[in-house]
Design a binder for this molecule. Structure first.
Ligand SMILES: C[S@@+](CC[C@H](N)C(=O)[O-])C[C@H]1O[C@@H](n2cnc3c(N)ncnc32)[C@H](O)[C@@H]1O
Length: 240
């Protein structure tokens, strides 16, 4: 049954965010993110549209915010490497459990993992050509959303782009995710928080109109398939 989705369930909490979340369940969740991302996440399009054109102009620095298990950061690092580009890929997560897991499961050695905040990166003088997040906006507390967006943009080098991707809250998205994950709940998704937290995530997520109303005026917000939203902003200027 689809719950009432007319209002954001901003008080709902994902189980993976709890400080006392089960360690084996968390590990399994970080591992299984790769499976979910292979199906729904847009890192290949991001690579073609935003990363590769910048990489063609010279060495690029990428930041994946809320990288979770780090699978997208690793995939992007591998793709850049395969295409012969010089790049630094950073994976940041506020949760040190995620960073520990991602670091321990990185066979590429091509990603720099960090626990911390965007503010700390800015204070350390770090800048990036592409700043990216996936499935993170709905994790951010309501009052922290605007600072989160502004801080992510503050990390851009001249000519850089920040792109935040997320699911949208809709009956279709909820019903589709519930139906698609049901057959796998006792097999590939067993022992993880993917199904339960995924459904909570959709309840916590923004509609496209809600997100449009929350971002600074010069950000662009677009609906993306399937049942997704993208918020983006570009930094003026060109790379030296
Ligand atoms: C649903 S997971 C998504 C992980 C990954 N991006 C993916 O697509 O598989 C959300 C992640 O964002 C992290 N997170 C939430 N708020 C954050 C913030 N303000 N800064 C950095 N990471 C954050 C959480 O700790 C969690 O690992």
């Amino acid at each position: 049954m689809v719950p009432d989705l007319s209002v954001r369930a901003s008080e709902a909490r994902e189980l993976m965010d709890a400080p006392d979340a089960s360690a084996p369940m968390l590990d399994r969740t970080y591992e299984r993110f790769a499976l979910v991302n292979a199906v729904v996440s847009p890192w290949r399009g991001l690579y073609r549209r935003d990363i590769r054109p910048r990489a063609r102009r010279g060495p690029v620095r990428l930041l994946d915010i809320g990288a979770g298990g780090g699978d997208q950061a690793r995939a992007l690092a591998r793709r850049l490497h395969r295409d012969g580009f010089s790049a630094q890929v950073w994976a940041l997560d506020a949760d040190e459990r995620a960073v520990r897991w991602a670091q321990a499961h990185d066979a590429t050695g091509e990603v720099r993992y960090r626990t911390g905040s965007l503010q700390e990166l800015a204070e350390a003088g770090e800048f990036f050509d592409v700043v990216y997040s996936n499935h993170v906006l709905h994790h951010v507390a309501d009052a922290a959303l605007l600072p989160f967006l502004e801080e992510s943009r503050r990390l851009l080098a001249p000519g850089g782009v920040v792109v935040h991707h997320d699911i949208v809250r809709s009956r279709g998205a909820y019903a589709l995710f519930a139906a698609a994950t049901w057959p796998f709940r006792t097999t590939v998704l067993a022992g993880s928080y993917i199904r339960e937290d995924g459904l909570t995530s959709i309840r916590r997520s923004y509609t496209v109109a809600e997100l449009k109303a929350r971002v600074p005026a010069d950000w662009e917000v677009r609906a993306r398939m399937p049942a997704r939203v993208e918020a983006r902003a570009e930094a003026p200027g060109a790379r030296a």
